[in-house]
Design a protein around this ligand. Structure first.
Ligand SMILES: C[S@@+](CC[C@H](N)C(=O)[O-])C[C@H]1O[C@@H](n2cnc3c(N)ncnc32)[C@H](O)[C@@H]1O
Length: 331
């Protein structure tokens, strides 16, 4: 590790009220997967260092809840992302060959009910994602002015020079990433910013699947659930992203290393294998019992997770960060 600061011995008291509130807001949405809440908290903290100018476009917006919370929105206790999930019986399937993609549990389109405690301070003009089910969930938030279902391996169905900011958390999922970057350049106004989260080599390094590769330990497989397969499909060198952006006509303004490796290590193990069992509990509880369990659960998880919201003892140096947050400007 690159830092000498000691880890907190008990619950961190170093977090500000705003930091606690931000983590709690993500935990409320992802309470059965606290490790996902932690990742989103770190992403949000990083993104909040940048100004989103409008008109703005979010590519790979998913169900929109992450940006809703990042922009200052808060949901009530009754809301979470598990209202509409499916394919739980196929949860442990993973990619076996190039033609097979296991189903995404969130790619399921039962209607959801949204209970909002506070509207966000700002909103994206346009949200875009491949999954129609996610876009329908985003629509229910009434957060994006316009939502588009689109596979971003193809040209964007948007006019030239139309956005001041384009943000994406996941451009690296696109096999046609060069096409995506040149399309982003096209739709940005001159002087407009592209903000994007790109993986560093640390991502693959932190995955438990490495233990399977090294020792043949099969107990790792249900924990991995195909994560390694996805992560190794993705370019992860800083030099690769630097030149891909330059090639697309986007001048790099700033690169911020984000997400301490320890947090990603937690994410890669987390409560992942327990998810089907947690969903069984979720479905069977009466509404009143559900609320009581959720409250107690979140209080307990906060105790364990809050120290991992505090990057001061984990470091967020380039060597230790799992992602780079790029700001690149259209010339
Ligand atoms: C890890 S999720 C992130 C969602 C959201 N940005 C967040 O942070 O909560 C990645 C998103 O990328 C979307 N995605 C994957 N491939 C895509 C493609 N070819 N075109 C558009 N969206 C895609 C997925 O549907 C998913 O919503």
């Amino acid at each position: 590790m690159s830092t000498q600061v000691a880890p907190p011995s008990a619950v961190s008291t170093r977090l500000t009220r705003e930091q606690k509130d931000l983590f709690r807001a993500f935990l409320n949405v992802h309470w059965l997967r606290p490790e996902a809440a932690l990742m989103k908290y770190h992403d949000a903290r990083a993104l909040q260092q940048f100004t989103i100018r409008h008109p703005s476009l979010e590519i790979t917006c998913g169900d929109g809840t992450t940006s809703f919370v990042t922009a200052g929105g808060r949901f009530d206790l009754d809301f979470d992302v598990y209202q509409s999930v499916g394919h739980i019986d196929r949860y442990f399937e993973s990619r076996r060959d190039d033609a097979y993609d296991p189903p995404d549990v969130y790619d399921h389109d039962e209607p959801i009910s949204v209970s909002i405690a506070r509207r966000p301070d700002w909103a994206y003009t346009t949200g875009m994602d491949l999954l129609a089910a996610s876009i329908e969930k985003a629509r229910a938030l009434d957060f994006y002015r316009e939502l588009i279902v689109h596979d971003c391996n193809n040209p964007l169905p948007l006019p030239d020079n139309s956005y001041e900011t384009v943000w994406t958390s996941s451009p690296y999922f696109m096999p046609e990433v060069d096409l995506l970057l040149s399309e982003v350049q096209r739709v940005l106004r001159p002087g407009g910013d592209f903000l994007a989260r790109m993986p560093s080599p640390k991502m693959v390094e932190m995955l438990p699947y490495n233990l399977y590769l090294k020792h043949g330990w099969e107990w790792v497989l249900p924990i991995d659930r195909g994560l390694y397969e996805v992560a190794t499909r993705v370019p992860s060198q800083r030099a690769y992203w630097d030149s891909a952006l330059e090639r697309a006509g986007l001048a790099i303004e700033r690169v911020v290393p984000i997400l301490p490796a320890r947090v990603y290590q937690l994410y890669a193990i987390g409560f992942r294998p327990m998810f089907p069992a947690f969903m069984e509990m979720y479905r069977r509880l009466s509404r009143d019992d559900w609320r009581a369990v959720k409250r107690a659960w979140m209080d307990n998880v906060a105790l364990l997770a809050e120290p991992f919201c505090d990057p001061s003892w984990m470091g967020e140096t380039e060597d230790d960060a799992v992602f780079y947050l790029y700001q690149a400007r259209k010339k």
